[in-house]
Design a binder for this molecule. Sequence first.
Ligand code: PGA
Length: 254
Amino acid sequence: MKSRKIIFANWKMNLDSRGISNLVQDILSEMKNFDNLDVILSPPFPYLKLVSDLIRGSKLSLSSQNVFYEDVGSYTGEVSTNMLKDVGCDWVMMGHSERRQHLLETNEMINKKILASTHNGLNAILCVGESFDERRHNKTFVRISDQLKRGLRDVKYDALPCIVIGYEPIWVIGSGEPARLKDIQEVHNFISNELDSMFPDSTNLPRIVYGGSVNNLNINSIISLKNVDGVLVGNASMDCEVFCDIVLKVGDST
Ligand code: PGA
């Protein structure tokens, strides 16, 4: 079902073990009203086990920020789906624009990651989004359609409930200003239509979340948009008070 709202905290390459431990414990004691939500924490790789231990028995879930598509073998520096499951991850993020840009991740690599993750029982969030230049040159929909079609190639219908699409316009990430509501709405409607045409008759299409400078002051207007099933929060998710307020407001909106 599409309606359960979802909130990702993407901590990127920030914090250390003490900072993460304090933040998670604060979140656990502050956070209210999220029984009807999926709230997912995504720390850097070295702290996955720490967070997994801290959130055991709570309603919070754990995501990595990346994964490799092979199961085992000579892939120095990489981490498999089974390793992630072994340390308590239920989710994996893929295709974030920072990885596409700095690690040269391609749609083909992302597609292999999504197939491996869903095949091995992990939920996956596939990030898509246009650059400022693409938006300026009216290439937004071409870019996003391409990322969806190549990223989701060969995905089977039964994997669809395990997939979330994260729409993140690249230039607003970390800027403090989200995209205009009108633009968010337009792109989420577009993604919803694309998914409909890629997977006709599916009753379990992926949820679609928005990311890019979400905070507790703009969340109400973003979450009230049609086809916005949740948010992906970067900077604001490392401030317990702000993050818990976002969760509270998303919970109130359902
Ligand atoms: P931001 O990051 O909320 O700091 O803009 C979002 C993201 O990159 O996932």
